[in-house]
Design a binder for this molecule. Structure first.
Ligand code: XLS
Ligand code: NI
Ligand code: NI
Length: 435
């Protein structure tokens, strides 16, 4: 028996590029082979439990707009009803994965022990539903930013009791992620930062965050968790400044605390925009360091200055992201998570399905375009040609040389560099042929 929530919505199926059915996939065809691999296995889509089922449609100027049968979310019975609906949606979409925080799957308990009991109870319920279903857990995480106890940070809190509470919370969420066969565990530090430097000892807080992450890695090995540990950069919001500012900052942090071989990055388009980057840039930074873990493929509005978490709708942008991902060998254990929410006026069950169908389709189209560019090889050829000078033995030797000898060679040999075109417009025109 189903919950009935989606009864009025037809199941999403693949109908091909010419379909005019708004609820059908035109590009996402899970079994279609792209560069020798099933499309589903490239994209590894995940639904975010928090935005799709727990978020109630509030914004800073108004509260709840969504009225769902599982509201208010303060009761375990209704948490199970929410899970029933969530798993129905995963199946309808053919979504291979979902992601969750402790706070969106269970109501907060009177104390940590009750909160953990509830987390265990609801994730046991998930585990039952996952038996025989095709959906898996891409990642789990702890919400250490909503409750007032986290207002001054979790691992970076000036109060050691909050650090301890955070450690116990993350342990419980890692245990639950492992129980669900999760392929990754994510840490996003929305309150790991500051509101004002007047009350903040930044060096000390960073040391605490580094120590905390080392404990997470130690615990991963202790319990034999086979997944990846990922941190998710975001420069600000909700804090004025967050320490995990962007991919480059996170990589520096991981190296400083000896975690560069243990922790990778979960990158999000909206966070890239807030940091003044493109998503493509963040992905290129991570792949150039071998540290791409997974992606949150939700976009920001370019004007609002908030993390608006909209479903992706821009094929050229998405295509270039997958281009870098494919070039780096794919998402591996990571996936494409829609950390995306409906607009608060999109009230209907149909809106929820349509949003995911559209997002999945845009990504599929982007992936196909990216694969076509890789197979054609035009961009790679242009790169090889641009850097060809470095293939020579003399150029390579120079990298191990020193300023004085190089200077001698330049002055003695009369080296006179001749500028060459970067051919940007030609390359942009090339990309337009595929997207
Ligand atoms: C918030 C983050 C969050 C993480 C998981 O901006 O994107 O949703 O992905 O805590
Ligand atoms: Ni976000
Ligand atoms: Ni995210």
């Amino acid at each position: 028996m189903t919950s009935g929530f989606f009864d009025a919505v037809a199941p999403a199926t693949f109908e091909g590029p010419d379909s005019t059915n708004p609820m059908a996939f035109r590009h996402y065809n899970p079994d279609e082979m792209v560069m020798g691999k099933r499309m589903e296995d490239h994209l590894r889509f995940a639904v975010a439990y928090w935005h799709s089922f727990a978020w109630e449609g509030g914004d800073p100027f108004g509260d709840q707009t969504f009225i769902r049968p599982w509201h208010p979310q303060d009761d375990m019975g209704r948490a199970k009803m929410k899970a029933d609906v969530a798993f129905e949606m995963f199946e309808r979409l053919g979504a291979p994965y979902f992601c969750w925080h402790d706070a969106d799957v269970r109501p907060e308990g009177a104390n940590l022990s009750e909160s953990i009991d509830r987390l265990n109870e609801i994730t046991d319920y998930f585990a039952e539903k996952m038996e025989g279903a095709k959906v898996g857990c891409l990642w789990g995480t702890a919400n250490m930013f909503s409750h007032r106890r986290w207002m001054s940070g979790a691992s970076t809190n000036p109060d050691p009791d909050v650090f301890a509470y955070a450690a116990a919370t993350v342990k419980s969420c890692m245990d639950a992620t492992q129980k669900l066969g999760g392929e990754n565990y994510v840490l996003w530090g929305g309150r790991e930062g500051y509101e004002t430097l007047l009350n903040t000892d930044m060096g000390r807080e960073l040391d605490h965050m580094g120590a905390f992450l080392n404990m997470v890695v130690e615990y991963k090995h202790k319990i034999g968790f086979k997944g990846q540990i990922l941190v998710e950069p975001k420069p600000q919001e909700p804090s004025k400044h967050q320490y995990d500012y962007d991919a480059a900052t996170c990589i520096g942090f991981l190296r400083k605390y000896g975690l560069e071989n243990e922790v990778k990055l979960n990158l999000e388009q909206g966070h890239a925009i807030l940091a003044g980057h493109s998503f493509e840039h963040e992905i290129a930074v991570a792949t150039s360091e071998g540290m791409l873990g997974s992606i949150d493929m939700n976009r920001n509005d370019y004007q609002s200055g908030w993390d608006t978490d909209q479903f992706p709708n821009n094929v050229p942008e998405v295509a270039l992201c997958y281009y870098h991902i494919l070039k780096a060998g794919g998402l591996g254990l990571g996936g494409t998570n829609f950390d995306a929410k409906l607009r608060r006026q999109s009230l209907d069950a149909e809106d929820l399905i349509a949003a995911h169908v559209g997002g999945m389709d845009i990504c599929a189209r982007g992936l196909k375009a990216a694969a076509a560019m890789i197979e054609d090889g035009g961009l790679e050829d242009a790169l090889s040609e641009r850097y060809a000078g470095w293939d020579g033995a003399e150029a390579q030797a120079m990298l191990k040389s020193d300023l004085a000898s190089i200077s001698e060679r330049v002055l003695g040999g009369g080296i006179e560099p001749q500028p060459r075109s970067g051919r940007q417009e030609i390359l942009e025109n090339y990309v337009s042929r595929f997207v």
